[in-house]
Design a binder for this molecule. Structure first.
Ligand SMILES: *Cc1c(COP(=O)(O)O)cnc(C)c1O
Length: 381
């Protein structure tokens, strides 16, 4: 990812002072004894993994979490020595890399535990591991009803240190918490069984951002926080932390202005027909950059006003109606996501254009958009 402005008149802006402000607000909101794991998977949801990780560690993240071994290695290569958890299941080849890079794996069955144990013992290392309990997502982990024997087995293996036991919610950010509470009950059952058998771990965790915000009874020892410090909420209905602001904006500049005459069409598929003279601006950004492929839908901010997208947007370009913004000219800055003047187009609004969620839009801004970091001077390297 580029650190500097590029020549391209379309870019992603990441404001690290807002990130710091969000982390401060989160720390004030959070019970003091509660630890947090900073989830920076998929390039910290498109914000730049290493940059976000460094700020998270400044603010006291106990560890980082990613979803691939490649990402974990990138963190190590950037000089980060903090614990790095790798979510999901690992192949045997990946386990070797995990040992070499001292990564924290999730070990969810006895065969996997044996594999990792052999690798660890062969290099004389003790590998920290967490066991994932599947309490209802039916994705990774050992089913809650079968978890105790696996946990006890892992705890007893030389070469491994059972550091944590975790689970993950299927639905924590909607108003209906019935299933989340059921999952918590299942997970608590496993924790009670462990206590009975005197199996102790330092890190018990089940909450993502939704769980952190809305289910304080589920906080346990650690919460795994990804989207919150980015200033974006997992849903429209979860609890708000006043002052939290989005870190990422997407901007471009007008590269052309056209006068439409009655009967002119705009864009592929002839989806827009001018029934009166209109003025449109051409923006050099499209669905190839991660904006949803829309037709006559969606708006951008220009001169502090909203300009609607006309026609179907293309891979590399889109057209917006500027008939009501006569002062618009080539070179003017246009906001696709973020604030301008008193108005804001937030990530949920863009997600609505494709019936998706904020996470999808954030991670969808493609790498060909240069990343411009604002207020980056304080980042420790
Ligand atoms: C992505 C992820 C998180 C973080 O979720 P947010 O809603 O972004 O806080 C936590 N735990 C697991 C297992 C995840 O995959």
């Amino acid at each position: 990812m580029k650190m500097n402005a590029s020549y391209r008149p379309a870019w992603v802006e990441i404001d690290l002072s807002r990130l710091r402000q969000n982390f401060s607000l989160f720390l004030k909101d959070k019970p003091a004894a509660l630890g947090f794991i900073s989830v920076v998977k998929d390039q910290a949801y498109g914000h730049g993994m290493v940059q976000i990780a460094k700020v998270a560690l400044e603010f006291g993240a106990k560890s980082l979490a990613v979803a691939t071994v490649d990402a974990a290695i990138e963190l190590r290569q950037s000089g980060i020595s903090a614990p790095v958890l790798v979510f999901g299941e690992r192949t045997t080849e990946e386990l070797e890399l995990c040992v070499a890079q001292n990564l924290t794996c999730f070990v969810n069955d006895m065969a996997q535990a044996d594999n990792l144990k052999k690798l660890a013992v062969s290099v004389g290392q003790k590998m920290p591991v967490h066991v994932e309990v599947d309490s209802g997502l039916s994705r990774y982990g050992v089913r809650w009803t079968e978890a105790l024997p696996v946990i006890e087995y892992v705890a007893g293996l030389e070469g491994l240190v059972l550091e944590g036991v975790m689970s993950h919610f299927a639905m924590s950010d909607e108003l209906d918490k019935t299933f989340a509470l059921e999952q918590l009950k299942r997970f608590n059952l496993v924790l009670a069984q462990m206590a009975e058998r005197q199996v102790r771990v330092k890190c018990r965790h089940i909450c993502n951002t939704g769980g952190y915000l809305d289910l304080p009874q589920a906080h346990l020892d650690f919460v795994r926080i990804g989207i919150l410090p980015l200033g974006v909420y997992p849903s429209q209905v979860c609890r708000r932390i006043p002052g939290l602001e989005p870190v990422l904006s997407v901007k471009t500049r007008i590269v052309g202005i056209r006068e439409l005459q009655v009967g002119d069409y705009v864009g592929y598929g002839m989806r827009y027909l001018a029934t009166e003279p209109r003025r449109i601006a051409v923006l050099p950004i499209g669905y190839g950059d991660g904006y949803p492929r829309v037709r006559n839908q969606g708006e951008v901010l220009l001169a502090g006003k909203r300009a609607p997208i006309v026609g179907g947007n293309a891979m590399d370009a889109m057209m917006v109606d500027i008939s009501n913004i006569p002062q618009a000219k080539v070179g003017d800055e246009v906001v696709l996501q973020g604030c301008q003047g008193d108005d804001e187009i937030d990530v949920h609004e863009i997600a609505g254009l494709k019936g998706s969620v904020s996470y999808d839009i954030l991670t969808g801004w493609r790498s060909r958009l240069p990343r411009l970091y604002l207020n980056a001077e304080n980042v420790r390297s």
